[in-house]
Structures are given as structure tokens and as C-alpha cells.
Design a binder for this molecule. Structure first.
Ligand code: PEP
Ligand code: MN
Length: 352
């Protein structure tokens, strides 16, 4: 059960409702959202069942707008609790709603020179969000692990020089504030989707989060991971389908296209698709991107490299700059078919 308080409810109203819930032997967790408080009710030793029949009286308490019962386990992420799409706005760039957001760049930040070339390509293609990993979760400890702090500094320089937004991965709770200083969107990688300490930590900062689906996680597990972040009052969560592991060997992962309309149906959060990790093959990135947009995705996360042959990670799935530019033309047309526009920016990031 979730109790949605009125925007004008006072602290005292919230306290009274929380006390009533506690009095019923239940646990009340207040979630401070931007315009209101939501009270999440759970049984003391379990989630989901909440003896909802017993709290009829809560409905009539001062400051209560609505009591929502029979919710899926991902309550705050659900359409039942919030019917309208969540739209993330960062410095004039919009993600969700009638926009198609494109985030592009290399798998890893390798050098200032590389990032400058990428930023130029991204900017020329009319894209406003630059990706690039500074902390890389690699399968082998002997593979390139990323430039770390130096990588973050390069990203921040590109952000200032080219007036771009930056999305980059954060791997450890103690690095969240550092990454948040250098980036606009915090990426949680597939391998960390169920790293609960990390989910709590990004929930506590008011920074948009791009949450990637674990390679062996169900749609419900992805939504439950988002719930961890939302439960701290950070409402700016984007879900990312990046492919799951199947028996198929020709592709790196199997992009679960079903997940796109399914997530849109179950949740109000924006859905981003990563066709690069979803396929592992450059030649599949464009067709799968088109399919993702046709399926209703709110955005794409695409790997691109000035010279994929020389890339320190994920070269085979990275687009060449000219292929990226060509893909953007096609995506604009597909976006239009879907009633969307590619993140036409207003404000600070629009005109640089
Ligand atoms: C990435 O985006 O570079 C990445 C490591 O992705 P994933 O976590 O989906 O493997
Ligand atoms: Mn990668």
C-alpha cells in the first residue's frame, strides 16, 4: 500500500498518518518527492502484504490525497502509483515524453584527443549527451580498467568545451559524489544492477540515474532495483535494456525488445535501449536502434569511436563516426513516425 499525500499536506499531517500506520503494526516509510510526500507501507518483516483491509480510516485523514492498494512489488516505479510518464530534464535537455534522447560516445574514455574527436562528431550530429566510461567494469582484471579520475576530468572538460551533458558509470558507493561532480547522469552498469549499497547511494543524491538491466535479470528485478533508488526520493531514474544472456552465440547478448513496451506499460520511467552491448556487433547497431525506437524507447545509448580498430574496449560494437551520423538521419525519421523528436534542446545546452 502507498499513501499519496496532497502537495499542500503539512509535516504534521504526514506524521499523523505515519503514526496511525505504525499503530497498526506496520512500517511507514516517508519518501520525499519534489512536490509531495508519499508514505510507503510495508509489513515489518516483509514487503508487499500490508493488511490493507485494516486501514480504511487512513483515507479520511488530513492531507491524504489517495490510498493505493494491490500494487506490484515495484510500487513507486509502477504506473499505478504514477500514471503519467516521468520526464527527466537536465539543463534544457529532455529525456522522455515526446523526445528521443541519444547518448553517444566511446565505451571508455581513452584520451583527451579521442574525446575531443568524439565530442565534435556527437555535436555535429545534433546530439547533446556524451557517454564514456572512466571506471570500467571489465570481465578480466588484465583488461583496460579505465582512466579513473583522469577520465572524469576529461569528461568534465568536454562538457564545458562542447556544452554537452555527460553520462558515465559509477561502480562504488564511495565514488558517487566524485562522479556526480563531473557528470550529469550516473550510470549503474549491468554488473551492478543488484549492488544494493550502490543503489542506496545513488538514491541519496539528486542526480539522474541510468540503471542498466543485469545480463541475467528479469524485468521485475530491474524494476525492483529502480525501486531502491526511488525509495530515497530520487525520482530521476531511467531504465536501460542492454541485452540479456541467452544460448545465442553470434551476438554478444540478446536484446530483449519485448522489455521496451513491457517496461513502458508497467512503469512511468523513461526506457533507454543500448543496441551496442545488446548486439556486440557494429553492423547490427543501426537496425536494432531503429527497432528500439519503433518499440517505443525514449532514448538510445550508443557506442561510437573515432577509430574502432584501435579502441581499448568494445571496438567491434562501436560505430565509426560516419556511420553514426548516417544512423542519426534515419533515427530522426523513425522518431517522427513515433511522434517524437530527437532531443531538440532548449536553454543552456542548445546553442553551443
Ligand atoms: C557500458 O555501457 O560501457 C557497459 C559497461 O555496459 P553494461 O554495464 O551494460 O555491460
Ligand atoms: Mn562498452
Amino acid at each position: 500500500m502507498v499513501i499519496v499525500m496532497k502537495p499542500e499536506a503539512e509535516q504534521d499531517d504526514v506524521q499523523q498518518v505515519a503514526d496511525r500506520i505504525t499503530g497498526l503494526g506496520l512500517h511507514a516509510q516517508s519518501v520525499e518527492q519534489q512536490d509531495r510526500t508519499i508514505i510507503n507501507v510495508v509489513e515489518r518483516n516483509g514487503v508487499g502484504r500490508d493488511g490493507s483491509a485494516r486501514e480504511e480510516s487512513v483515507e479520511r485523514m488530513r492531507g491524504v490525497e489517495q490510498v493505493k492498494r494491490d500494487l506490484p512489488p515495484f510500487k513507486l516505479a509502477s504506473r499505478e502509483v504514477k500514471a503519467e510518464d516521468t520526464v527527466v530534464r537536465i539543463n534544457g535537455v529532455t529525456i522522455g515524453g515526446d523526445r528521443l534522447a541519444v547518448m553517444a560516445g566511446p565505451c571508455a574514455v581513452e584520451s583527451r584527443d579521442q574525446m575531443r574527436q568524439v565530442s565534435r562528431t556527437v555535436k555535429e550530429a545534433g546530439v547533446h549527451i556524451l557517454r564514456g566510461g572512466a571506471f570500467k567494469p571489465r570481465t578480466s582484471p588484465y583488461s583496460f580498467q579505465g582512466l579513473g579520475l583522469e577520465g572524469l576530468q576529461i569528461l568534465a572538460e568536454m562538457r564545458a568545451e562542447f556544452n554537452l551533458l555527460v553520462v558515465t558509470e559509477v561502480m562504488a558507493p564511495e565514488e558517487v559524489l566524485l562522479v556526480a561532480e563531473h557528470a550529469d547522469i550516473l550510470q549503474i552498469g549491468a554488473r551492478n544492477m543488484q549492488n544494493y549499497a550502490l543503489l542506496h547511494a545513488v538514491g541519496r543524491v539528486q542526480r539522474p540515474v541510468l540503471l542498466k538491466r543485469g545480463m541475467m535479470s528479469t524485468v521485475e528485478e530491474l524494476l525492483m532495483a529502480a525501486e531502491y533508488i526511488l525509495s530515497h526520493g530520487n525520482e530521476q531514474v531511467m531504465l536501460c535494456e542492454r541485452g540479456i544472456r541467452t544460448f545465442e552465440k553470434y551476438t554478444r547478448n540478446t536484446l530483449d525488445i519485448n522489455a521496451v513496451p513491457l517496461l513502458k506499460h508497467l512503469s512511468h520511467l523513461p526506457v533507454i535501449v543500448d543496441p551496442s552491448h545488446g548486439t556486440g556487433r557494429r553492423e547490427l547497431v543501426e537496425p536494432v536502434s531503429m527497432a528500439a525506437v519503433a518499440a517505443g524507447a525514449d532514448g538510445l545509448l550508443v557506442e561510437m569511436h573515432p577509430c574502432p580498430e584501435a579502441a581499448l574496449s568494445d571496438g567491434p560494437q562501436s560505430l565509426r563516426p560516419e556511420d553514426f551520423a548516417a544512423m542519426m538521419h534515419k533515427l530522426r525519421r523513425m522518431a517522427e513516425v513515433m511522434g517524437k523528436r530527437i532531443d531538440a534542446a532548449e536553454g543552456a545546452h542548445a546553442n553551443a
